[in-house]
Ligand binder design. Sequence first.
Ligand code: HEC
Length: 104
Amino acid sequence: MKKAYATLSALAVLALGFLVPVKAGAPPKPAGLPATHEAGFKAFSVKCARCHEPQRAYSRKYTEAKKIDALVSRMARKPGGAMSQKDRKAIAAYLLWHNKRGAR
Ligand code: HEC
């Protein structure tokens, strides 16, 4: 019983950390961001920050457009994740640029 309670509390803490929007989560603008990805970065900072820190997206270092598109579409399908086709495209293009340029 005690163990179940501990597990539950741990889960609750995890869930809370997840759901409470992190205000300080605005990602720093990457150095050398080309003007063409300015809009994508902005959309990413706003849209991908609604449920978790947007930096979480960087944990997946996909460099294939297909995988990035699938990830962005999957996020957009989550409840409350709706975003325009334009934003999805811009975000995916930005992430592709970000991941391809590698860690700097
Ligand atoms: C509506 C809420 C919501 C929005 C908006 C959202 N996410 Fe997520 N994201 C989640 C949840 C919930 C999880 C954990 C469960 C999962 O992986 O499906 C997650 C997990 C992730 C992960 C780790 C899991 C994996 O498959 O690698 C990445 C990367 C990610 N999100 C990227 C993004 C990006 C990029 C955007 C913006 C296009 C975004 N998220 C917007 C809710 C959201």
